[in-house]
Design a protein around this ligand. Structure first.
Ligand code: PEP
Ligand code: MN
Length: 271
């Protein structure tokens, strides 16, 4: 593969990213939470529920990359302060998206992991800025990006001196319209043979439909993913963004049990 150096797998040494007490790349890590932080009550209630169900980290958007400028854009600083409270109460590290280079340094005061979203995967200024920070970066695959382009974006971050990158397969755009995107499951073993970085799967944005999330979580485990990032809302019908794909806490808890059980089985099987 062209031009990848720092992210390339050489030998068998894989990166384990440590965030507070959580190790990504060792065992199976689950990140869960709402698409957007909408209020303190919605966020804290959801955080308590996902923690109880066994999530390792909490996600929530403060800045939302929306197709329409009239759609909910996120609460910004107010949301980050709410996420801080959720961390204080539950102990879960916080994953939140940063959209703009100008926000990287101050968002770092609240986030444990900076998410760079699909729409910004090739925002090279943002990649460089995140690469200069001391935070772990969750780099989503662009919806029209090849694996080679994706890994080159991770290379940008490592090239700035930040070795802590987690890759996230979140589905790519194809001719299919029934699902929101097409989850490229083969990208997981492909990326594992090309790079030492951990790779997780986002089934929520991949399929965009609650009914399809459980099978894709199980498939991600079978394909060798290091974890999942899943959207959960205390009451999906009220969600201000991505409500069709939000699990309620009961659905999330059920999927967690099955996913953890399958991970255990698959790990034994692989020896
Ligand atoms: C999100 O995580 O809410 C999000 C916008 O994801 P993506 O960049 O994968 O669309
Ligand atoms: Mn979302």
């Amino acid at each position: 593969m062209k031009n990848i150096k720092l992210v390339a797998l050489s030998g068998s040494k894989r990166t384990i990213v440590k965030v507070d007490g959580v190790k990504i790349g060792e065992g199976f890590t689950v990140i869960a939470g709402p698409c957007s932080v909408e209020s303190e009550e919605q966020t804290l209630e959801t955080a308590r529920a996902v923690k109880k169900a066994g999530a390792d980290m909490f996600r929530g958007g403060a800045f939302k990359p929306r197709t329409s400028p009239y759609a909910f854009q996120g609460l910004g600083l107010k949301a980050l302060k709410i996420l801080e409270k959720a961390k204080k109460e539950t102990g879960m590290p916080i994953v939140t998206e940063v959209l703009d280079t100008r926000d990287v340094s101050w968002v770092c005061e609240y986030a444990d992991i900076l998410q760079i979203g699909a729409r910004n995967m090739q925002n090279f200024s943002l990649l460089k800025e995140a690469g200069k920070s001391n935070k772990t970066v969750l780099l989503k695959r662009g919806m029209h990006s090849t694996i080679e382009e994706w890994l080159n974006c991770a290379e940008y971050i490592l090239n700035e001196g930040n070795p802590n990158v987690i890759l996230c397969e979140r589905g790519i755009r194809t001719f299919e319209t029934y699902t929101r995107n097409t989850l490229d499951l083969s990208a997981i073993p492909a990326v594992k043979e090309l790079t030492h970085l951990p790779v997780i799967v986002d089934p929520s944005h991949a399929v965009g439909k609650v009914s399809l999330i459980e099978p894709m979580c199980l498939a991600a485990v079978a394909a060798g993913a290091d974890g999942l990032i899943i959207e959960v809302h205390r009451n999906p019908t009220e969600a201000l963004s991505d409500k069709e794909q939000a699990l309620n806490p009961r659905q999330f808890s059920d999927i967690m049990k099955k996913t953890r059980a399958l991970y255990k089985y698959v790990t034994e099987l692989r020896g």
